[in-house]
Design a protein around this ligand. Structure first.
Ligand code: HAM
Length: 423
């Protein structure tokens, strides 16, 4: 009979061999976010569908095409979270964080769900590490977010990251620009791809996201919002650029960077990595979202943040820096079935001292057992057969030097302590 289940398309199993990369990413997230005073938050995996409709916005691809939405048994429409920012703004108000000293700085990591066509670097279950600083409009917090992200890459020793930066204005300057853009595109509507025609109506800024060769030529001469910012947006952007320069973080101004979520205002940015290639080269996306809280029905509250794509970062990490699982201190082997419980108990005694011990069950030849110990990367092997039991002895083998000695059972803890401590 064939196995019953297959992994759903666009998902992955993160096997033990993958875990060192995830440990490194999560460890760096905690360490770096902690250094900047960001505190961990976790929100539910599913939320009311409306949160994302109003947050990411009806015109975003995420909401229009990619949500995992279902009705629960109480007939409520719920959605597996496609992104973290709207849920965190909800939690900020639900949890009373809006009454704490501002800004409130939060970080998070976990799984997100988007129903898109899977390809290299694009998953249906993806993972993000993100930060949000909510409750203060200072553009220096935009700089802080970018510096924090930059430091995360540095902590992981990931080079080759480029920062793309733009400002997409706010509700003061964007409406006029939107009209300007429509005016520019209107005479060419017939030449646009179908998707771009829909964007022309709903959210013309996203015309810049088109990858359609048909639209490329038109994109080149289109007006850029960066040239049409109102004075406060232009001043804020100036601070961001100066801040990055003084922090010595190189950036590329990318006037076509508009981001795919509707909630952004002013600063938007992406970290990209050339080795990912193709369309999925963004390792991270972020920006300011001063209108999001109000769009969700809360008191107007500014915020800024980013989300790193951990799956893509894992791909880059694997290419640049192989990491392996740490092996156990001791691999404990019974040579015959009758010795198993005896060895299991010795293993317990060693664990009580804080050693990491893997017990190996089942009869097998000694050389096969030692190969298993080596494969697991154990530093020592503990070997017990009928002869050792009879003499109240054990054999300790140093796996690296391939030397071994019989010792009295009573000396096990001190010998192991010396051998492990002295290495
Ligand atoms: P986003 O640009 O949609 O932003 O996603 C951020 C990052 O998540 C992307 O740059 C990418 O690395 C990764 N990512 C997105 N979709 C996938 C996928 N299908 N497979 C693999 N990786 C993916 C947001 O989600 C915003 N909430 C970021 C933010 C936080 N803005 C402000 N605060």
């Amino acid at each position: 009979m064939a196995p019953i289940a297959q992994r759903p398309r666009g998902t992955q199993d993160l096997l033990p061999a993958d875990q060192p990369y995830w440990d490194a990413m999560e460890g760096a997230a905690k360490a770096v976010a902690g250094r900047f005073g960001y505190q961990r938050i976790e929100t539910p995996i599913f939320e009311p569908t409306e949160l994302f409709q109003r947050g990411a916005g009806e015109s975003s691809d995420i909401v229009a095409k990619e949500m995992y939405t279902f009705n629960d048994r109480g007939n409520r429409s719920l959605t597996l979270r496609p992104e973290g920012t709207a849920p965190i703004v909800r939690a900020y108000f639900d949890g009373g964080l809006d009454r704490e000293p501002q800004p409130v700085r939060l970080f998070y990591y976990g799984p997100y769900f988007r129903y898109d066509r899977p390809q290299a670097g694009r998953f249906r279950e993806l993972h993000q590490f993100g930060i949000e600083a909510i409750g203060d409009a200072s553009p220096v917090l935009d700089v802080e977010a970018i510096v924090l992200g930059w430091n995360w890459f540095a902590a992981l020793d990931i080079g080759g990251v480029s920062l793309h930066l733009n400002s997409i204005g706010d509700e003061v300057c964007r409406p006029a620009y939107r009209e300007l853009l429509r005016e520019y595109y209107r005479p060419h509507l017939a030449k646009l791809s179908e998707e771009s025609r829909a964007r022309f109506e709903k959210n013309p800024l996203r015309l810049f996201d088109s990858k359609d060769p048909q639209d490329e030529a038109l994109k080149r001469d289109a007006p850029h919002i960066i040239d049409h910012l109102c004075a406060p947006c232009a001043e804020a952007f100036q601070v961001v650029k100066e801040g990055l320069a003084s922090e010595e973080i190189p950036f590329e101004l990318n006037p076509e960077l508009v981001r795919g979520l509707d909630y952004y205002t002013r600063t938007v940015f992406e970290f990209q990595h050339a080795s990912l290639g193709g369309a999925q080269n963004a390792l991270c996306g972020g920006g300011r979202y001063d209108g999001l809280a109000a769009a969700l029905g809360y008191r107007s509250t500014p915020g800024v943040g980013f989300a790193m794509g951990m799956d893509r970062t894992a791909i880059v990490l694997k290419q640049s820096k192989p990491l392996t699982l740490p092996g156990p201190d001791i691999y404990a082997v019974a040579l015959e079935a009758a010795d198993e419980l005896y060895v299991f108990h010795l293993a317990s005694t060693l664990r009580a001292r804080g050693h990491r011990v893997v017990f190996d069950p089942g009869p097998a030849r000694l050389d096969a057992k030692l190969r298993k110990a080596a494969r697991r990367g154990a530093r020592l092997a503990l070997l017990v057969g009928p002869e050792e039991r009879e003499k109240n002895q054990v054999v300790i083998r140093d796996m690296a030097s391939k030397t071994q000695a019989s010792i009295a059972k009573g000396e096990l803890l001190s010998t192991v302590g010396q051998m492990l401590g002295g290495a």
